[in-house]
Design a protein around this ligand. Structure first.
Ligand SMILES: *Cc1c(COP(=O)(O)O)cnc(C)c1O
Length: 461
């Protein structure tokens, strides 16, 4: 695998076909993309258009090759075009792509999920994480009679109305913490608390006794960069939920099967009442799920009155891809997770050393193969919540991002996304990354810290 040469200034012709492709895409789609972050607005570049992926690498339409840490924002824990996944999808596809009738593949993946995830007795497959969170919230509202949801500032639970309030990632980068079109009444039913702050949760529960449908949280926050739970935080949430009779909802769309076979709830030993899954569980096809305690999930139609349905839910191709990926992760006594840990630790340590050498203040956070890199003002300053996360320099991140791209490493085009390491990130991929990172940290360090961009109001909340 040849690395791209790293020119001081990228010649326009190097990205010519991507530029032409993006120009045409903009004519037909908002921003030329089907999800806003892909438009590269937060890093001041033109997006590269991808032709193919294999293992840890992707190739753009101009033929430039990159080590990829986007990983489609989480699903691709085995890397691109993993042979097990392709074989399983190919086989399923030859038998028909969708039926709208039950298949054995659904039960098999459901059993795999229920066996693995402590808080899931019964599961329903859906098509996206957004749909999973929306459906879980409806169920929680139906089960409790409460209309309010407690949500952490900077956590992302998809773009359903009630959850699109102080959401992270793309919403953070674009400076639109909530969106026009979300009814004020819906937004007002969402109670916001800082991540890692138990006192704020207790106050919200005490003030709105009997009105709260659920406490929703990413058990490891991954949509404001990576912010791990403080010791005792998740246990504290469990205790408060028990005391006030509020269901605890873990949104594990990003962390589920990513950090451990038992997901974050297995890793930290805290069992929620409801769980959302997505990304890894679908093996890179459109698939997500929500599940939970038996008596809650039996309220979902047709066992109960809470309606939720989907033409393509439990799609045979998605079931095959998810099953193949989860089986590969479980093989050899879950060896994949140990390999992911080793590769990710090496990457994190390498990056820290190079940043220090370049005089670039940095904080890194990591849980398994999810890595957070924050361009903070003072080296090593802690990142515990959204206020800390958004105090970083997005300008320095943009400089770092551009230098990495030109040197053949593709990162998420926003400072508030995790890096995702896959089992395909071998020594060669990590070495290529670290070779690119030295000069990229120097470029970041040479960039003024303060950003001219508008910070979102939540940064000061
Ligand atoms: C990605 C994500 C979602 C949304 O999933 P989509 O499939 O993009 O709708 C929800 N919650 C969390 C924690 C996520 O990371």
């Amino acid at each position: 695998m040849t690395a791209n040469p790293a020119p001081a200034a990228p010649p326009a012709e190097r990205y010519a076909r991507s530029a032409a492709s993006h120009a045409e895409a903009k004519r037909y789609m908002p921003g030329g993309v089907n999800s806003p972050v892909r438009a590269y607005r937060a890093v001041g570049r033109e997006p590269v258009t991808i032709r193919s992926g294999a293992g840890a690498w992707v190739t753009d339409v101009d033929g430039n090759r990159y080590v990829d840490y986007v990983g489609s924002y989480g699903p691709l824990i085995l890397g691109h075009a993993a042979p097990q996944v392709l074989a399983a999808v190919g086989e399923a596809m030859r038998n028909g792509t969708t039926f709208g009738m039950p298949t054995e593949a659904e039960t098999r993946l459901a059993r795999t999920v229920v066996d693995a995830v402590p808080g899931v007795d019964v599961v329903r497959f859906v098509n996206s994480g957004t749909e999973a969170a929306m459906s879980a919230l409806r169920l929680a509202r139906a089960a409790t009679g409460g209309h309010r949801v407690i949500k952490c500032i900077g956590c992302y639970h998809g773009h359903t109305d009630a959850m699109l309030v102080s959401a992270g990632s793309a919403a953070t980068s674009l400076g639109v913490p909530s969106s026009p079109g979300v009814p004020a009444a819906v937004a007002a039913s969402t109670l916001l608390v800082p991540f890692n702050d138990l006192d704020a949760v207790e106050r919200a529960m005490a003030t709105h006794r009997g009105e709260i449908a659920c406490m929703a949280v990413e058990p490891i926050a991954g949509n404001m960069g990576l912010v791990p739970p403080a010791p005792g935080y998740l246990q504290g949430l469990r205790a408060l939920c028990d005391r006030f009779g509020v269901p605890l909802l873990f949104d594990e769309v990003m962390t589920g099967f990513r950090v451990d076979h038992g997901c974050a709830q297995g890793l930290y030993g805290v069992t929620p009442d409801l769980t959302c899954l997505g990304k890894v569980v679908g093996g890179g096809l459109p698939c997500a799920a929500y599940g939970g305690r038996e008596e809650l999930m039996r309220q979902v139609a047709p066992d109960g009155p809470v309606y939720q349905a989907g033409t393509l839910s439990g799609n045979p191709l998605a079931m095959a891809a998810g099953q193949a990926q989860l089986d590969a992760l479980a093989a050899d006594g879950f060896a994949a997770y140990r390999r992911l840990e080793a590769a990710s630790a090496r990457l994190e340590e390498g990056l820290r050393g190079l940043a220090a050498d370049a005089g670039c203040p940095l904080t890194t956070t990591r849980v398994g193969s999810m890595l957070g890199v924050f361009f903070v003002e003072e080296d090593g300053s802690p990142v515990r919540d959204y206020a800390d996360a958004t105090a970083q320099s997005t300008r320095r991140y943009a400089a770092f991002f551009g230098a990495m791209l030109d040197a053949g490493v593709i990162l998420a085009p926003a400072a508030f996304e995790c890096w995702f390491v896959s089992t395909a990130h071998d020594d060669e991929a990590i070495e290529h990354t670290l070779a690119a990172a030295g000069p990229a940290f120097a470029a970041a360090a040479a960039t003024p810290f303060r950003s001219a961009e508008v910070r979102s109001p939540e940064a000061d909340a």
